[in-house]
Write a protein that binds this ligand. Structure first.
Ligand code: CDP
Ligand code: MG
Length: 690
């Protein structure tokens, strides 16, 4: 829908923002326009556009909330950069952040421009492309941008590429920087803008400055800082370390509520479960305690909430009610909530970490860096002076590392190396990495790709298998499982499994109904393991119903009738709907690659062999004490309580996922009936010792 006055607005914006008189707009459009004008970045518009014209790379440094993400693409569009190609804005896709953030950003920008989302402004994340022929501003994950480069090595459809949140140093952002550097040498007209919230801009400038002489006037890269409007934030450290930061964060919130002036509170925790716990505790108290009654309200924010749920956080509460936003890392840089005056920081974050020694990648909770801690504190000083309560001691703070370790140096590189090979970069060891990963991680990745038969004896991509594997928008082991399942005659089943593994969390277990949920989930369980549970006689059953009834009960479904069924069985309706979409897309890939798509009709051996064909490197053997040891590296691990195989102790298992707390937990586990499956299917990887 076109907003009234939008055309005038665009036309006027093309001349100069300052020339516009507010009365040339419809009343409804005014507030958002005023908001645009008041962002710190608005004052730097002319300078920014001049620099982008003159330098191939512009590094823009500015505090979160200054307007980099929403305004830069619009400025470029207004300056006609859209005529030469698409203006891309890529952002890291963090664990805490789902597609919602991309949708939210694109929706906001579309609203500011008075256009419909998906037309001039769109976004693309894995399995979701909301763009059209008309799209000139495209928000996308760094992973998707990397994929575009795989199909279009010079990114010829793009005129400007904005690498947003580059300071995060995510895996694909780092890789993209290396690739862009190559492309820019061949496409001098391409413009790259690196946006960063912290002050490590010099690293980026050095990387992109092709000028090697001492004459700075010939630089090809430039740094520009946007004046922020940050107010001072008073930092308070804990006197003592907190053992139970989850419960104690509630205490801190109550303390603020009792002793501090008005203003909303933002609490940083590490994950969804913690956030839900704290939100429930605070809201229960607000309902039951007399002096808190209706004076405080907690709202959760994490990836995976619906858009509506997430938007709640931006709504203002009745006056006199204090808002407490309880969030994961998502609120550190990717979204900005107005009105926050107090920040409570647990000092920890959940990250993905790969250990080349164990060959396992897992989610772990680690202390944040000083840069992150400062970033979190800064959230309190956006509208007026604020306070940050750090739930750790000053000594702990001083011991934190300055910046986080780039993801490149703590990641499983299998995907990246496979895709670099597919781009024709044969010698990945000599790729121009901003921070090179360890030789050990690279070697591990190359070995696994060889065992998956994606690389040949000379380290070249195999045809067509290696290339197909690279093209699949999935981790190589999962893609291998799908591609190989044609041979095991069970592609129908593996498609559903892959879809469910991709969407995750299909089972719901509300804290107040654990027993009931457990009871319902038990009905789905089969003894062969989680993969089979997801598909044969269970989720496929869910699918059956979904499809079978969708024709007859279309109206019911529109009225969320099937959601009720999901509700009753404690399965996640939203996730399953998403799985249906994902499955369709994966099926397209299999068809394109000519894989024989058939059902094994309940043959669980076929399904598990297909799983082994992708995940053989993650196999473990039962130990006398009931734990498991991975076959190659002998890493001790335990089957996660949410797995159907918990306490069942099969001799050999294969697994998909690792979660690390005080122990190493494995999730999505299947029984391997005979170790010969492993040696037969992955003979490169295992030698059978009888
Ligand atoms: O990227 P940066 O952190 O510099 O700022 P931004 O994401 O462009 O946001 C600029 C401002 O736009 C924020 O302060 C928000 O007030 C507003 N905004 C919004 O209201 N809704 C969104 N979905 C995104 C931004
Ligand atoms: Mg931003």
């Amino acid at each position: 829908m076109q907003h009234p006055g939008a055309e005038d607005r665009e036309a006027a914006a093309e001349n100069s923002l300052d020339a516009i008189l507010p009365n040339s707009f419809a009343a409804g459009a005014m507030p958002i326009y005023m908001q645009r004008r008041r962002l710190p970045i608005a004052a730097s518009r002319e300078q920014l556009m001049y620099l982008v014209d003159s330098f191939q790379t512009t590094i823009v440094v500015g505090a979160t909330g200054s307007g980099k993400t929403t305004q830069l693409p619009q400025f470029l569009f207004e300056e006609k950069w859209g005529n030469a190609g698409i203006i891309a804005c890529s952002q890291p896709r963090r664990i805490a952040v789902t597609s919602d953030v991309f949708e939210m950003t694109a929706a906001r920008v579309a609203e500011e421009m008075g256009v419909e989302i998906g037309k001039e402004v769109g976004y693309a994340v894995r399995f979701d492309d909301v763009t059209s022929e008309k799209t000139k501003i495209k928000y996308m994950t760094d992973g998707i941008l990397f994929r575009e480069a795989l199909l279009d090595p010079l990114l010829s459809r793009y005129s400007v590429v904005i690498i947003d949140e580059a300071h995060e140093r995510s895996l694909y952002t780092d890789i993209m920087l290396g690739i862009l550097k190559k492309i820019m040498k061949k496409r001098p007209e391409l413009r790259v803008i690196i946006s960063s919230a912290t002050l490590d801009a010099q690293v980026f400038k050095d990387f992109f400055n092709f000028n090697t002489t001492a004459d700075a006037s010939k630089d090809t890269a430039v740094i520009v800082s946007i004046e922020g409007r940050a107010f001072p934030v008073d930092i308070q450290f804990s006197k003592m370390p907190h053992a139970d930061y989850v419960n104690e964060s509630v205490e801190v919130v109550l303390h603020i509520h009792k002793h501090e002036e008005e203003g909303d509170i933002l609490v940083f925790l590490t994950g969804k479960d913690e956030v839900d716990t704290v939100v429930a505790l605070i809201n229960d108290m607000a309902k039951s305690s007399k002096h808190l009654l209706n004076k405080i309200r907690a709202i959760p924010v994490y990836g995976g909430l619906t858009l509506d749920e997430q938007n709640q956080v931006f709504e203002s509460l009745p006056s006199g009610v204090r808002k407490v936003v309880v969030a994961t890392n998502i609120a550190e840089a990717s979204i900005t909530i107005d009105g926050i005056v107090y920040v409570v920081d647990c000092g920890l974050a959940k990250i993905k970490a790969y250990n080349p020694k164990t060959g396992l990648e897992s989610l772990i909770v680690v202390p944040v860096s000083k840069a992150s801690a400062q970033q979190r504190a800064g959230r309190a000083g956006r509208t007026k002076p604020g306070k940050c309560f750090r739930m750790y001691t000053e000594r702990t703070y001083l011991g934190l590392s300055d910046t986080s370790v780039p993801e490149m140096q703590r990641s499983n590189l299998v995907s990246v190396i496979l895709q670099l090979k597919a781009m024709g970069i044969e010698n990945v060891l000599r790729f121009d990495f901003l921070s090179a990963p360890s030789a050990e991680s690279m070697a591990k990745a190359l070995e696994l790709l060889y065992s998956l038969k994606a690389l040949d004896d000379y380290g070249r991509l195999t045809m067509p298998f290696g290339l197909q594997l690279a093209e699949f928008p999935l981790d190589p082991p999962l893609a291998a499982m799908l591609l190989n399942s044609g041979g095991f005659l069970c592609a129908e089943e593996t498609l559903s499994i892959a879809a469910i593994l991709t969407v995750q969390n299909v089972f719901v277990s509300p804290s107040n109904l654990r027993v009931e949920a457990e009871e319902e989930h038990r009905k789905f369980r089969v003894e062969e393991g989680d993969h089979v549970t997801y598909v044969i006689d269970s989720i496929l059953h869910v699918f059956d119903k979904y499809f079978q009834f969708s024709k007859v009960y279309n109206a019911f479904i529109k009225n969320k009738q099937s959601a009720q069924w999901c509700h009753k069985r404690f399965v996640n309706y939203k996730a399953l709907q998403r799985a249906v979409v994902v499955r369709k897309q994966l099926e397209k890939y299999l068809k394109k690659f000519g894989v024989d798509i058939r059902s094994c009709r309940g043959d669980t051996v076929a399904v598990r062999k297909a799983v082994v064909s992708g995940y053989f490197s993650q196999a473990a053997k039962l130990q006398p004490d009931g734990s498991y040891a991975t076959l190659r590296e002998r890493t001790i691990c335990h089957i996660h309580p949410t797995s159907v195989l918990f306490n069942r102790s099969p001799n050999y298992v294969v697994f998909n996922e690792v979660l690390q707390t005080d122990r190493i937990w494995i999730r999505d586990v299947s029984v391997v009936d005979d170790p010969k499956w492993l040696t037969d299917i992955a003979s490169h990887f295992y030698e059978f010792k009888s």
